[in-house]
Design a binder for this molecule. Sequence first.
Ligand SMILES: *Cc1c(COP(=O)(O)O)cnc(C)c1O
Length: 621
Amino acid sequence: MKNFGLDIWADDNFVIENGTININYASKPSLLQLTKEIRTKGHKGPILLRFPHLIKKQISTLFDTFEKAKKEINYKGDFHAVFPLKVNQFPNFLHALMDVSKEYNYGLEAGSKAELIIAMTKTPLGAPITINGFKDKEMISLCFIAAKMGHNITITIEGLGELETIIEVNENFNKGMKNPIAPKIGVRIRLHSSGIGVWAKSGGYSSKFGLTSTELLEAYEMLCEHDLLRQFWMIHFHIGSQMSDIVPLKKALREAGNIYADLKKRGADDLTAINIGGGLAVEYSQHSSNVDRNYSLDEFANDVVYLMQEIATRKGVEEPDIFTESGRFIAASHSVLIAPVLELFSQEYHEKSLRLKEENPPLVQELYELYHALERKNAREYLHDALDHMESLLTLFDLGYIDLEDRSNTEILVNLIIKKSIFLLKSEDSDELSRLQSRIQERYLVNFSTFQSLPDFWGLAQSFPIVPLDKLDTKPTNPATIWDITCDSDGEIGFNRDLPLYLHDIDVNKEEYFLAFFLTGAYQEVLGMQHNLFTHPTEAVINFDAEGNYSIDDLFDAENLMRVLDDLHYDTNELDKILKQRIQNATTLSEEEKRELLGKLYLYLSENSYLKTIQYQNENG
Ligand SMILES: *Cc1c(COP(=O)(O)O)cnc(C)c1O
């Protein structure tokens, strides 16, 4: 992996210059500079940075690519897009999204009542709103209210029962009205072709959602019968997220296109749109041997318009408007999680930790000499000797011939020899070396929670690009395993020899070292869980002005301890009272000590759960 795989996953959004990773935009500030600035304002622990310019880039790329594809074949339908709220509903994200997408008449997709309220309030009138997922009478009524407000809203029917409810609610809202207003209606179809990958369940016959052809015909008749055919204007499908292969999409497009044409010929005159759902994949990989998708956005857009045109021409119907609901593609790149490294666990393997005796076992003595005589030309040979000695020494320990101090000296010396050899031989990429490296993996304790900030790593083994914020002009040599600060053994991103991550060997007592986790903007924040009560991290929005200067805006600190407990419905007044009483009633304390302890206690209660940097005791007091 060269440059942490930037050329694979970063899409030119970030660039390594002068040893740091920088935003490849405007004044090109480094992530390190932004992080330090936020930390001087007193925010410790992990920080989530959002970049609205990257949201804008994704939206304009999506629209521009489809416009280009349409133009090439003179496609007559329009292109529209909505953002599926389930991918990220955080206000700092959503406000930026709505702000940068104004010129595109971009809308929102909602799958629950709470999301619908966001859509009803944040979408400009006229921009499309689509409603998917299971709906009850109340939710459908909310859609009628939205339509009466003037929203351009489409309810996607996922089953016949929903259509019955729409008919009933329509009676309630519009019976006898001179000017009946109802939401537009879309129908989700159940594809016989299914998606691929972990999310395949969203499409296909066994899918939770969509109407079979039999149900579709029935729905058509119900719409005619209840005078709602004029509302029916969209066919919808969604084949699943993070589509790695383009083939299932093409199959789904053919299927949906033919359904569209058939219904039009049957008399669905107002049917003019096909909604192809989401699923556009994001490249998360740092290794060219393991990429996530086999197509580009250009290919994706060309396939969609080409297949739709082909079917429409063949069947003699007008070319449909095309809607997409891509979420991951729009949101993933906009945020970066930055977390400080607190500790390197093999730092105990230091020469100064040796406990050599006046008289050492001969093999220990020899290890010591090998270590000091190690040079590039003898490194391989001495390394082999050292590994051999270690085996013998461990056997001697098991048989009771050497003591714990001798064994500790052995471990330290062999570790030092391996490290030094790897350093001396780093220009040779031999298999043996990489095997040895995985043996001396360094474990980095990092101040964040994988459960909160990378839940798809935990749930789906999804990898995210990891890059240190500085030292990028030096080749990192430590094979790295990352530990988060939850006390759960699943909170570990283990070293993988096939997809290795190397980090720098640093002394956290002397300098700070931060890791950035990229492409965390889709799904991670909303799926994140408060395992061990670690909350959503401190967040900030980085905006650039017309001159290219950045500003750090909307800085929200992670919730403090009492807020977290309050969210779980603990009576925090009661907790507060108990804490106070227990200090007041402690007979061993003087009044002054009590005052001091209370002062400290309240300071801690006002802070969040993440660790204050362990190493910088002085700075943090
Ligand atoms: C989740 C979902 C999307 C978004 O999928 P992405 O893979 O994030 O693009 C779009 N449409 C529907 C119906 C969904 O359920």
